[in-house]
Design a protein around this ligand. Structure first.
Ligand SMILES: Nc1ncnc2c1ncn2[C@@H]1O[C@H](COP(=O)(O)OP(=O)(O)O)[C@@H](O)[C@H]1O
Ligand SMILES: O=P(O)(O)OC[C@H](O)CO
Length: 505
């Protein structure tokens, strides 16, 4: 292991792009640049990004982080990329231009196509190969939609003139000046097209979702050689040596390398991943089986629970209801709600994700009285994040306990993401889970994970065990709620969810 050179990490997220420079081997953050970009909602339930915005903000934040640190690109040993997952970009190989806006993971336009495929009895085969459910969330039906709706796209795709990529792959293509069309195993695992057991694109899935093989990128390890940035872009050619989907990058950044470790990231949505080790665990509770990371051709698997609305509920308090001016005020307001005035908010703004997967459900608030006020709404919104996490963790516990490979209980929850800054929410989370909640010193865990991958491949960072030993706690939240109060609160939530589902059980 050598000790020179900074590592640059790019975290291309749903609402903003961040670039962070880290100093190896411990990966202390040196400089951050962040930029938001526009969201496009062309029809109800549709969400698009202009892929040029993703590229523009990637480039300007990478340049910005270097400028802030006063470093030349020549001093950067390697670049790692983490990205919003599932989002689909299709571009012309000759011009590098996207044929349409990117269709974002949140987009529901293919809900009907998915329902038809489910009715056709394909769910079993899809789950067996990809570990996923047939849902508009994933890439495959979005790719088919673009090929069917952009004039000439299907023929061009079949003729090999177009390229598909998740956002990492598109950015890699642009960064390498159109030389490299590749992705990593974690991103491939989110497309509904990748056999996560065999580690290859699955011809049966390509047939089922009508995706021509000529569109697809080559799939590589998370820490490997992905090519070099064009020298003109950042001032020198920087080797690109790490790629992972953002939630997998956060799992790596949280050093969840041991089977049984779980992290939960609270951004717009919430994504919890449980490392299940070398063997994939099939969920009996509609969680996803996915690839946590792949090093030296060896895969570690994860069970994943995805909640679509977490921080977005706080944004709704701010932008929809006007109850707060800034997200950070939500905890203070919630703390003013009196115990007896509990409301339940089921934030099914875009349906419910795991473990319910109810695309038709819509949000509801229960328990309103003449006394209900802003503080009760704020508390209900923040508590919904704790309850939804408990739904996921209970499902994980059950799947994990049923699996042959489970060594024991899930001990603690490691948290990160913007909303993890809310002490009030993290304390409620520990209370409702009845488990400790650990918040790390470096809360930019997604970028940290991407940097670690690049540092590992460069020989600047230690092997996973060494990196895990360096993980530092900022604060532990310890459960402090009487068992009876916990049980009553959670029972109320279960009832509220039951009443919100589109076909209540
Ligand atoms: N102190 C806070 N209290 C409550 N919510 C917060 C706080 N800080 C940030 N948030 C919420 O966290 C989310 C932003 O987290 P971030 O990780 O940047 O999200 P994303 O990567 O999905 O864009 C926003 O939805 C915001 O409302
Ligand atoms: O960009 P984020 O942090 O909201 O994460 C998005 C996820 O990768 C979607 O699966």
């Amino acid at each position: 292991m050598t000790t020179q050179g900074a590592i640059l990490a790019l975290d291309q997220g749903t609402t903003s792009t961040r670039a962070i420079l880290f100093r190896p081997p411990a990966l202390e953050p040196l400089a951050v640049a962040q930029e938001e970009f526009p969201q496009h909602y062309p029809a109800p339930g549709w969400v698009e990004h202009d892929a040029e915005d993703l590229w523009r903000t990637a480039l300007s934040t990478l340049r910005g982080a270097l400028a802030k640190a006063g470093l030349a690109a020549g001093a950067v040993a390697a670049l790692g990329i983490a990205n919003q997952r599932e989002t689909v970009v299709i571009w012309d190989r000759a011009t590098g231009r996207p044929i349409h806006n990117a269709i974002v993971w949140q987009d529901r336009r293919t809900a009907r196509a998915c329902a038809e495929l489910r009715r056709g009895g394909h769910a079993g085969a899809v789950a067996a190969s990809t570990g996923l459910l047939i849902d508009p969330y994933f890439s495959a039906t979005k790719i088919a939609w673009l090929l069917d709706h952009v004039e000439g796209a299907r023929a061009a795709a079949e003729a090999g003139r177009l390229a598909f990529g998740t956002v990492d792959s598109f950015l890699l293509w642009r960064l390498t000046g159109g030389r490299v069309h590749a992705t990593d195993a974690t991103n491939a695992a989110r497309t509904l097209l990748y056999d996560i057991h065999a580690g290859r694109w699955d011809p049966a899935m390509l047939d089922l979702f009508r995706v021509p093989a000529a569109l697809l990128p080559e799939v590589r390890d998370c820490a490997t050689e992905f090519g070099h940035t064009e020298p003109g872009l950042l001032g020198a050619a920087i080797p690109i040596r790490g790629i992972a989907g953002d939630q997998q990058a956060a799992t790596i950044g949280q050093a969840c390398f041991t089977p049984g470790m779980v992290k939960s990231t609270y951004g717009t949505g919430c994504f919890a991943l449980l490392n299940t080790g070398a063997e994939p665990v099939r969920s009996g509770h509609r969680l996803l089986t996915t690839i946590a990371y792949q090093f030296h051709g060896r895969r570690a698997y994860a069970l994943e629970g995805a909640i679509f609305v977490a921080g977005a509920a706080v944004q709704w308090l701010r932008d929809g209801l006007g109850l707060i001016r800034a997200a950070a005020e939500s905890g203070e307001l919630a703390a003013r709600s009196e115990a007896a005035r509990r409301l339940y908010m089921v934030p099914a703004f875009v349906g419910l994700g795991a473990p319910h997967w109810d695309a038709e459900a819509r949000g509801a608030v229960f328990g309103l009285t003449r006394d209900s006020g802003p503080a009760d709404f704020a508390r209900a919104a923040l508590e919904s994040i704790g309850y939804q996490t408990r739904d996921l963790i209970e499902a994980m516990h059950a799947d994990w306990a049923a699996s042959q490979t489970a060594p024991g209980e899930i001990p603690v929850l490691r948290v990160d993401g913007g909303l993890a800054a809310s002490d009030w929410t993290m304390q409620f989370l520990a209370d409702v889970l009845d488990a400790p909640v650990d918040r790390p010193a470096v809360q930019e865990t997604t970028a940290l994970g991407a940097a670690y991958l690049a540092g590992l491949q460069s020989g600047l960072c230690p092997e996973p065990e060494g990196f895990a030993a360096g993980w530092r706690l900022e604060r532990r939240f310890t459960p402090d709620m009487p068992a009876r109060a916990r049980a009553a609160a959670y029972a109320g939530w279960k009832d509220a969810v039951r009443r919100t589902l589109s076909s209540p059980g």
